[in-house]
Design a protein around this ligand. Sequence first.
Ligand SMILES: Nc1ncnc2c1ncn2[C@@H]1O[C@H](COP(=O)(O)OP(=O)(O)O)[C@@H](O)[C@H]1O
Ligand SMILES: [Mg+2]
Length: 247
Amino acid sequence: MEKPVSLFKIGGSIITRKNSYRYFREKVASRIVNEILKFEGEKIIVHGGGSFGHVKALEYGIPGEITPDRLYGASLVHNDMIDLSNRVAGLLLSMDAKPYIFSTSSLMKEGTLDCKDPVAYMKKGLVPLLFGDTYISGNKVLIYSGDKIMLDLSKLLRPSIVVFLSDVDGIFTDDPKENPDAKLLPRVKHSEGIKAKGKDATGGMKLKLDTLLEVKRYSNKVYLINGKFPERMRKTESQEFKGTVIE
Ligand SMILES: Nc1ncnc2c1ncn2[C@@H]1O[C@H](COP(=O)(O)OP(=O)(O)O)[C@@H](O)[C@H]1O
Ligand SMILES: [Mg+2]
C-alpha cells in the first residue's frame, strides 16, 4: 500500500520577521517543524522567503529584465534563501529527521519545476526541503514562489493533506492587519468577496488564495493555519479547530 503523503508550506512571514532583513524566528520554526514531524507517512516541506527573500527582491527590482545589478540581486537572494533553508534543515536534523534540500532554481527546466528527484528521495525516507527562489529564464530574473511549488507537488503526489502555515489565523474577509473588522472565514470555496491585496514580491494573500483553491483539486484536505500555533494542524477534524478549510 502507498503511504500517505503530507505537504507543508511554512510561510516566510512566520519563520522570519518580514521587515527586518534576515531575521530568523528560530523558536517558532522549531515548534512548527516539531509538529510537522508528528504526521505519519511521507512528507515534503516547502518554505517561503520572508525577510530572507522579499527585502532584497524588492530592493533589486526582482522580477525584471536581466541587468548586472539585478543579477547581483538574484545571486544575493538565492544565497540568503539557501541560508534560511539550511537553518530549517538544521532544526530537522536536530530532531532526527532526514531533511534533504533541493534548490528550486536547479530544478527549473524551461519554466517548469521538475519534482521527480524530490519525490524519489521522499520515497527513500528522506524529507525533501524546497523553497521559493529566484531563477533566470530567457532575459529575465524571475521568482518561483513556495506556494507555486506546493501546487506542482500537489499535482504530482495527490497528497492526503496539504497545510499552509502563515502568520494569520486563516483567510479573512479582508487583511486582518489593516482592517480590524475583518472576519476569519472557517471555510472558503471561492475567492469572491474576499479582499486580499498582494504586497510582496510573490503576490501576498491574493495569489496564495488562488493557489490554495487550485491545490484543493488535488487533495481532499487543504488548510491555512497560523504557524504561531502549529498544534492546530492536528486538530483539523475537531470542533475547536481554528483556521481555514479550503472546500
Ligand atoms: N483576506 C486576507 N486574509 C488573511 N490574510 C490576508 C488577507 N489579505 C491580506 N492578507 C495578508 O497576507 C499575509 C500573508 O501572506 P504572506 O505574507 O505572503 O504569507 P506567507 O509568508 O505565509 O506566504 C498576512 O500577514 C496578511 O496581512
Ligand atoms: Mg507569501
